[in-house]
Design a protein around this ligand. Structure first.
Ligand code: ADP
Ligand code: MG
Length: 386
């Protein structure tokens, strides 16, 4: 556990809600995606790992007839009569993730009883490490509080909360990884059949995320736009080949045959998705054989594809990548998450971690007058009760 302990949370819960009751504490981690970016909502392949950094939800039943929530990190409280939860509309703030989960649970026949909920998270917000999925999964486990729900159904339910209530048309990678993450391994998820395979990473490499500390305004509108553009590419290909129902159906060889028939934007977006799915397979193979040079090469190829074909990078991300890959002991670097800010993920030799840190801080500060924040990404277990 990265810094937060159950006992500490129980004490804070009791002080905040002025009660002696001992809450149950649930943990749901953030994630870093190693490779396979923007492929999840295209039925494609992704290769993330769950982080030590997690969201924690302490919950206890109450008699006041309300759902009361305290978001510690924002120092904000919200409360609603339990009977009104099914009717609530978006408030365009953090509580949407929680109410979205409550409403999906209701739809699936799990009513929310009166309770107090205390939320805190170590996952940096809006940095591409999925603080939102960590919040959804921790909240869902807290509301279920021991009632059984299949783990895949839980992932789907949390995804629906984000798509339908928050209004972000995300794929399932974030919620799935927060639930199915494994200590010591990345997971290769097939977002079409929702199965995963463990991918053990070589011992002699560190995974470091570096936060640009920026999130550009267009990130959520551009995300929606990319989802639509991928849909347009499928439609255009579907005109000549009806068996293509998603970009997952398009092999690199087939893409080579038909790419000239596509308008330029759908062609570039599709080329990213088609080649990125291949890079996930190649990366898993390279990881299994400990081929760090090849893993690094695939990281950089993925970044260039996101930069030039999918066009979701930004100057700060490109600067971090371009700076990192010139440094000794850095195998590869790429943006991770939706893009337009947030983090890069880097494969660094253990002996080079300090010079990597110092060199990046110096260069980034000189260029942007901002100190980037570093996170060690040790593959960690998925969500559960503490
Ligand atoms: P990411 O998932 O990449 O971190 P998102 O924009 O998808 O970024 O989700 C971030 C949002 O999730 C925040 O703006 C906030 O509404 C909610 N959130 C995340 N962590 C917390 C937290 N600790 N407390 C309250 N809300 C949070
Ligand atoms: Mg998110």
């Amino acid at each position: 556990m990265a810094g937060t302990t159950a006992n500490q949370l129980i004490r804070e819960f009791q002080e905040h809600f002025e009660t002696g009751i001992v809450p149950a504490v649930y943990r749901a981690p953030g994630r870093v995606n190693l490779i396979g970016e923007h492929t999840d909502y295209n039925d494609g392949l992704v290769l993330p790992t769950a982080l030590e950094m997690a969201c924690y939800a302490a919950v206890a039943p109450a008699q006041h007839g309300l759902l009361r929530v305290f978001a510690k990190d924002l120092n904000q409280s919200r409360e609603w009569p339990v009977a009104t939860l099914g009717e609530l509309r978006q408030s365009h703030d953090w509580s949407d993730y929680i109410i979205g989960v409550v409403q999906q649970l209701l739809i699936d026949g799990y009513e929310t009883r009166s309770c107090d909920l205390y939320i805190t998270s170590e996952v940096p917000v809006g940095s591409g490490l999925s603080s939102s999925a960590a919040l959804e999964v921790a909240s869902a486990l807290a509301f279920l509080d021991g009632r059984p729900l299949d783990r895949l159904e839980l992932a789907r339910l949390c995804q629906r909360a984000e798509v339908q209530f928050v209004g972000m048309p995300c794929g399932i990678m974030d919620q799935y990884t927060s639930i199915f993450g494994q200590q010591g391994s990345a997971i290769e998820i097939d977002c079409r059949n929702l199965q995963y395979e463990l991918v053990a990473l070589p011992q002699d490499v560190r995974i470091l995320a570096v936060n640009t500390m920026v999130k550009h305004e267009l990130s959520s509108s551009a995300y929606r736009e990319r989802v639509a553009e991928c849909g347009a590419a499928v439609e255009a290909i579907g005109v000549v080949n009806q068996s293509v129902t998603s970009l997952r159906d398009v092999s690199p060889a087939y893409f080579g045959q038909i790419q000239d028939s596509l308008p330029v934007i759908p062609r570039k977006r599709a080329r990213h998705i088609v080649t990125e799915n291949e890079r996930v397979l190649d990366f898993a193979t390279a990881a299994r054989s400990g081929d760090l040079a090849e893993m690094g090469r695939l990281f950089i190829a993925s970044h260039r594809s996101l930069q030039y074909d999918f066009e979701v990078s930004c100057e700060e991300l490109d600067f971090l990548v371009d700076t990192a890959i010139k440094m000794d002991g850095v195998y590869g670097s790429r943006m991770t998450g939706g893009g337009f800010g947030g983090c890069t993920v880097n494969l660094v030799a253990p002996g080079a971690v300090q010079t990597f840190h110092d060199g990046i801080v110096k260069a980034y500060q000189k260029r942007y007058q901002i100190e980037p924040v570093f996170y060690e990404c040790n593959p960690s277990p998925g969500a559960g009760r503490l």
